[in-house]
Design a protein around this ligand. Structure first.
Ligand SMILES: Nc1ncnc2c1ncn2[C@@H]1O[C@H](COP(=O)(O)OP(=O)(O)OP(=O)(O)O)[C@@H](O)[C@H]1O
Ligand SMILES: [Mg+2]
Length: 112
């Protein structure tokens, strides 16, 4: 199992959720975050306004998926979240040691 952690532009959240739903990704965690990439200290545009601040609003999506689904999840998020401009975001992949469904003790991929 791997965790796909995608940090995307907030206005792309609905598109990303729709794309993930379309390929059958069920579980996810969504968090409002702030961050910057390599243009640190430079202006970026957010909802049509130019910001000079260094920490911009982003949304973090986390999905734990079976290894054999990682690439299609990455593709779905990239296609949904890409505008082609700076600040589109980034995806990080993590190895996951175990997953446990609290309700019934399911483990591994059965718990996803
Ligand atoms: N190396 C990193 N470590 C942790 N979080 C990061 C890293 N790079 C980017 N992020 C997160 O992703 C968000 C979007 O980054 P961003 O897309 O601007 O990356 P970038 O490397 O500057 O690429 P681009 O040149 O396309 O803007 C940041 O606001 C931050 O939350
Ligand atoms: Mg950037």
């Amino acid at each position: 199992m791997k965790k796909v952690e995608a940090i995307i532009q907030p206005f792309k959240l609905e598109d990303a959720k729709d794309a993930l739903k379309a390929i059958g990704v069920d579980g996810m965690t969504v968090t409002e975050v702030r961050g910057h990439g390599r243009q640190k200290g430079h202006k970026e545009v957010y909802r049509g306004q130019e910001y000079m601040v260094d920490l911009l609003p982003k949304v973090k999506l986390e999905m734990v998926v079976p290894d054999n689904r990682v690439e299609e999840v990455v593709k779905a998020v990239c296609e949904a979240a890409r505008t082609g401009k700076i600040g589109d975001g980034k995806i990080f992949l993590y190895n996951i040691g175990e997953a446990i469904r609290i309700r019934n003790g399911d483990r591994g991929e059965a718990a996803l």
